[in-house]
Design a protein around this ligand. Structure first.
Ligand code: SF4
Length: 377
């Protein structure tokens, strides 16, 4: 079977060129630039490669990108793609332009097995992890659409691993894809412009700290264990105290980088003043542990309802009241504007097309209970 070059980061590509093609490293670099800077997938168009090398590449390799099944621009500039990953599954990727920056929200799995009770993706079940090619392929599709040129015309400035799936459940593929995002021969994004958002897999947060320098965001959503377990069932395995300790360790390894805590506000569930006060205490403790002001950043996300959900969005007054309590405690807590809600691209609304593999899903949960995500390849 031909090697999909999108599955390889710089190191993997160099190895493939040396071991499989008997070619020098710089040839791998040339090809990487063709793929990620110029969005070329046909070896014939890679004009600075010799004829013999192009023939070898035809024989042994390919550049297979996800197929756009559907795309939809929103009135506010947000753009959503539905990308076919195989015959029966598709994931969603969303580009959100804002003042001076453009953020791409990338998916890491087809569906998700973690069952957060407020999440639209969770209602679709879980099918499989995305490959590195399928993850970086989302960036490739968006970059080509935007006419993004790394280091020159940079329209895609940030990537958040916040789409469908729990990225740390697909550790190796996600880390490899993030390495291409940050590579100068890839998309050239600075470490802090690539953010991995997790629901709180403690061992994998520690593992991530060892291999990557990306920004960390944590889907907290509740300030105490009783409530968080109801919203994010994974909390039963990794309660808040353990999760916060892992975040402290991550920030310490990153020499004082802040961690962002995402808090989706749901009416009458976690939007009361007592919740704000508990959250403030939690954030203050985090700052104290790191001896750094604003080590913990909070993002408030008004819930985006989807068909069949039991949760509601709080009214604007309740959102403002919650934010004001945090502000009065000296904490900056921006409320994320709802973007792309006319195309169901708002946070927590990504759905894609998932062939749920129920048997696989229960296996997946069993493995999670036994040994964490590391046990799931
Ligand atoms: S919120 Fe994230 S981790 Fe939780 S079910 Fe949805 S996609 Fe999975």
């Amino acid at each position: 079977m031909k090697q999909n070059l999108l599955d390889l980061d710089r190191e993997g590509l160099e190895r493939f060129f040396a071991d499989e093609l008997g070619e020098k490293r710089f040839r791998a670099h040339q090809v990487m630039k063709w793929i990620h800077h110029r969005h070329v997938t046909d070896f014939e168009q890679m004009t600075d490669l010799g004829k013999a090398l192009r023939a070898k590449l035809h024989e042994r390799a390919q550049v297979r990108v996800p197929q756009v099944q559907f795309e939809k621009p929103s009135a506010d500039g947000t753009h959503k793609w539905l990308l076919a990953m195989d015959g029966s599954n598709a994931v969603e990727t969303v580009f959100i332009p804002d003042k001076g920056r453009g953020t791409l929200c990338v998916s890491s799995q087809v569906g998700c097995g973690l069952n957060c009770t407020f999440c639209s993706t969770a209602t679709q079940g879980f099918n499989r992890n995305l490959s590195t090619a399928e993850i970086i392929g989302q960036v490739w599709v968006a970059a080509r659409h935007l006419g993004n040129v790394p280091h020159k015309q940079r329209k895609l400035t940030n990537v958040v691993m916040m789409g469908m799936g729990e990225p740390l459940m697909n550790f190796d593929n996600v880390v490899r894809a993030m390495s291409v995002m940050r590579d100068d021969l890839g998309y050239g994004l600075a470490n802090k412009r690539v953010t991995l958002s997790t629901s709180g897999l403690v061992p994998q947060i520690d593992r991530l700290a060892e291999v990557s320098d990306v920004s960390l965001a944590v889907s907290l959503h509740a300030p105490n264990d009783e409530l968080r377990t109801r919203l994010v069932p994974l909390n039963r395995k990794y309660p808040i105290a353990e999760l916060m300790e892992a975040c402290v360790r991550y920030a310490q390894r990153k020499r004082g980088e802040s961690v962002t805590f995402e808090y989706t506000l749901m009416k009458g569930v976690n939007d009361q003043p007592e919740h704000a006060r508990e959250l403030i205490r939690l954030m203050r403790d985090f700052d104290n542990r790191l001896q750094m002001k604003d080590a913990a950043k909070v993002n408030l996300i008004p819930f985006n309802p989807f068909p069949g959900t039991r949760y509601e969005r709080p009214d604007d007054a309740a959102i403002r009241r919650f934010q004001k309590l945090l502000n009065e405690a000296g904490r900056i807590a921006p409320v994320r504007r709802t973007r792309g809600d006319d195309i169901d691209a708002a946070c927590g609304q990504l759905k894609g097309q998932v062939m749920d593999r129920t048997r696989r899903q229960s296996e997946f949960r069993k493995r999670l209970q036994q040994g964490g995500a590391g046990a799931v390849a």
